[in-house]
Design a protein around this ligand. Structure first.
Ligand code: GAR
Length: 201
């Protein structure tokens, strides 16, 4: 089973959807969550991960230099020997110190088409521009901001969504399914993964 390290900075709804998928959904027998990590020790998502029975770890990023923090975070995560590093609302731009040890094995979910919108506040952007639809994107992470190769996209119909909350509600429902499904496909193909481990008896 592929070993997933899930990284978050806040609420953790994508993390919970992925954990659920490893237990009863499309990731069952394909993946296990070996750690949920946060750069914010008080993130709600860490508490939720612990309550869901996941190993958790954190390292405060506040006040730290990016490269030094990233090197330390990467070293901490390497102890868990993840096959894939799964960003789920991890609100940091990653420096080479983090990316290099996991090159080609870091995924992100972005709540917009990364070819149209990068960075923060993607749902606000869609809502304020009254877009009739937006596109959730799962992509590999490289050293740019939301520039890595796209693995999967799914359109969200925003017609009639008359509040930011409604835009987010529709978007998150798609995020939660798309991320697990994309990971399952990636793991099944075996792209970029270490040789499969024998299944537990
Ligand atoms: C999600 O909408 C995710 O796509 C977004 O943050 C939210 C985290 O929610 N990520 C980004 O905007 C990355 N640029 P969650 O903590 O409930 O999963």
């Amino acid at each position: 089973r592929a070993r997933l390290a899930i990284l978050l900075s806040g609420r953790g709804s994508n993390m919970l959807a992925l954990v659920e998928a490893t237990k009863t959904g499309v990731l069952k027998n394909l993946a296990e969550v070996v750690v949920v990590f946060s750069n914010k020790p008080d993130a709600f998502g860490l508490e939720a991960a612990a309550a869901a029975g996941c190993p958790v770890a954190s390292l405060p990023s506040q006040g730290r230099k990016r490269e030094a923090f990233d090197a330390e975070a990467a070293a901490l995560l390497q102890q868990y020997q993840p096959d894939l590093v799964v960003l789920a609302g991890y609100m940091r731009i990653l420096s080479p110190a983090f990316i290099q040890p996991f090159a080609g094995r870091i995924l992100n979910i972005h709540p917009a088409d990364t070819q149209q919108h990068q960075g923060l506040h993607a749902y606000e952007w869609a809502f304020e521009n009254q877009l009739p639809e937006t596109k959730i994107t799962v992509h590999l992470v490289d050293e740019g901001l939301d520039t890595g190769p796209i693995l999967a996209q799914q359109t969200v119909d925003l017609r009639g969504a008359d509040s930011l909350e409604e835009v987010e509600r529709r978007g998150l429902a798609v995020e939660h399914k798309l991320y697990a499904r994309t990971l399952a496909e990636l793991i099944e193909v075996g792209a970029g993964l270490a040789p499969a481990r024998p299944a537990a008896p």
